[in-house]
Design a protein around this ligand. Structure first.
Ligand code: C2E
Ligand code: MG
Ligand code: MG
Length: 245
């Protein structure tokens, strides 16, 4: 993993985000993959934890941010619709004292408008580091990027923290979306998160939409955005152009 950067073995896949009312693609999420020389394509679920423990997530995260911004700008320059790209930030990145400067420098360098970058931070990271993170979040908002809470509902959420965070969007974790058609508690949790987001003036995205039944439920509840295998799998950049168009 330490050598993966210099050997150019990391790559980004992009998964579409869809407007559930119209079916239009409204953006994408950049998801890192590792082309391991002997093991083939390695999932981030396997190597991100290792990268976090070893600190390698800092150079890897910076690589991801730069590559995602560069790709979004390249699509715009090709005349494809101007759509935001989302990038996942890990706990060490959030704690880096000059994260905001890094993000600003990468936007400047790649020429991507800040409004076209969304940063996803998991609920558990936000809540664990609430006090330290608050000013970083405010400074990120000031430079004009969008902030989303990822895997919402799986962490140890404090609603009093939630109301103070300058965030724009909640992403409902896919474990809840998986449950909507299976049990009434699952459905109740998802509708409550949608109502909470609406009440707080936040956008809401459902993750892991895999079936027509889940899609119909989410549409019925007025969930604005969705992401999942039913709507589009993560793909390498060149293969994304048809759906971007
Ligand atoms: P995440 O940010 O919540 O990303 C969504 C994950 O769900 C992705 O897995 C995506 O491929 C998967 N997914 C999307 N739709 C469906 C679906 O319908 N069904 C199922 N079963 N899965 C679906 P992926 O790409 O393996 O990434 C896993 C996690 O690794 C991400 O979760 C994120 O937390 C982390 N990750 C990925 N790329 C990066 C990165 O560049 N930086 C950091 N810090 N973390 C990353
Ligand atoms: Mg994410
Ligand atoms: Mg997630």
């Amino acid at each position: 993993l330490r050598k993966s950067l210099e050997r150019d073995e990391l790559t980004l896949y992009f998964q579409p985000k869809t407007d559930l009312a119209t079916g239009a693609v409204i953006g994408s999420e950049a998801l890192v993959r590792w082309h391991h020389p002997s093991r083939g394509l390695v999932s981030p679920a396997e190597f991100i934890p290792v990268a976090e423990e070893s600190g390698l997530i800092l150079p890897i995260g910076e690589w991801v941010l730069r590559a995602a911004c560069r790709q979004a700008k390249a699509w715009q320059d090709k005349g494809l619709p101007r759509l935001p790209v989302a990038v996942n930030l890990s706990s060490l990145q959030i704690r880096k004292h000059d994260l905001v400067e890094d993000v600003a420098a990468i936007l400047e360098e790649t020429g991507l408008s800040p409004a076209m970058l969304e940063l996803e931070i998991t609920e558990s990271v936000l809540m664990e580091q609430a006090r330290e993170t608050l000013s970083t979040l405010h400074r990120l908002k000031e430079i004009g990027v969008t902030l989303a809470i990822d895997d919402f509902g799986t962490g140890y959420s404090s609603l009093s923290h939630l109301k103070r965070f300058p965030i724009d969007k909640l992403k409902i974790d896919r474990s809840f979306v998986l449950d909507v058609a299976r049990d009434s508690n699952g459905a109740a949790i998802v509708s409550s998160i949608i109502a909470l987001a609406r009440g707080m003036g936040l956008k809401v995205t459902a993750e892991g939409v895999e079936t027509d039944e889940q899609l119909a439920f989410l549409q019925g509840q007025g969930c604005e955005q969705g992401q999942g295998f039913l709507l589009g799998r993560p793909l390498p950049a060149p293969e994304c152009e048809p759906w971007l168009r």
